[in-house]
Design a protein around this ligand. Sequence first.
Ligand code: SAH
Ligand code: F3S
Length: 456
Amino acid sequence: MPKLHLITYGCQMNEYDSERVAGLLRDERYELTATPQDADLILLNTCAIREKCEDKVFSRLGELKHLKRERPHVLIGVMGCMAQLWQGKIQERAPSVDLVFGSAAVSRVGELVARARATGAPVLETGEAPLVKITARPEAVGQLKAFVTVMEGCEKGCTFCVVPVTRGRERSHSPASIVAEVRELAAAGVREVTLLGQTVNAYGRDLAPATDLAALLELVDEVEGIERIRFTTSNPYNLTPRLIRAIRDVPKVVEYLHLPLQSGSDRVLARMHRGYTRARYLELIAELEETVPGIALSTDLIVGFPGEEEGDFEQTADMVERVGYDNVFVFRYSRRPGTPAATMLDQVPEEIKAQRNSRLLEVATRVGAARSRALEGRVLPILVDGVSRKNPRAGADHPGAAPQPARRARRRGCRGARAGHRRGVAAAQGGRHVSRNEGEAARPRSPVEHAHHHPA
Ligand code: SAH
Ligand code: F3S
């Protein structure tokens, strides 16, 4: 059997797409391998959200080029957001790449690989195509948690963000196809699903008849075997009272919300085109805390957006204190081609971004630690879902502890620096599960670049 090595960068949606690709290629008799050295096909599922993510991919392609010299039959493919953004330019810069394909071509990956193999000529497929729900996945590996993409694309047009360029228009999958997928997952042993969308709380507007995320949560809640439901990423602009009530009322929905703020300054928020103000965001937080007492909150923040001054930055730090996030992801602004902010004249120097980045992380770490301490002494149910990546010996004495299966290719880091503490706990309130970001890492050294589980 030919072997496939799959390298995934970026968000959870990429992780989901990679599983689809592994499943589709399994139907073409490709078997997954954990090392590129014995692979016949190497696919990189890429992220374009920041320049650093792209640099990582190109340097990896540089390494793989040597491997191809020794084993000339190996095919190298690039998929995901960089494929969509750079198209033919990828092969110009990295001539060892045999195929480049965008999200719309994922369902035809088998055919594309066969074509590259047969013709020996570069394959480039980055056009648009109708939305299809691919349910192929690699053989079940006793996974307890799974992602389910419920919608593609984003139309928000935040001025810093490349996603509307790479992922296209907003398109929702039908509730029936999503529920069918969740049922299959539950039958395979999955206990926790995370519903994914770039603006997941805008789900369903484009469907006929139109529906919403709250209604979808209720449907998924009925699936037997599933114990916890999460969803990400929510946009403050689309956060409705109905969804907030669903977090409280739908039993399996985890009392946790990732709600990207990006900046605490109204002036910067307006230039970002985020569609809300600081006051509006605080109103939403108040409503969330009132409706769902003890709700866990996390956010994304950008430092060094064009024109961000010291005073703007301080307002962002102030919001971290006011909201009291459990977890914060900090990103240094990165200029992305084709986005309005890239051509703004008042770009912030890298040294200032770096300095604000570490200052913000300090605040966020302190705030997150206080939230953790508030849980001291409480007994909470947890979902143990695997061995720590950072500290594989933790829990090694446990009879059930086994190394991560090789086939579950892990996602490569292209994250913001994360503050706060990964807690191995999930709080139960009123008999329901409140997840507090249970995860693998122990206390992060700060500031650190983290390689895992930033929401989509
Ligand atoms: N759909 C999500 C965003 C996805 S991108 C949302 O609605 O917010 C994940 C995070 O990357 C964003 O929240 C933002 O904080 C960060 N990000 C996006 N573009 C960026 C850029 N050009 N520079 C730095 N950080 C960026
Ligand atoms: Fe990007 Fe804004 Fe959409 S951050 S993904 S354009 S909501």
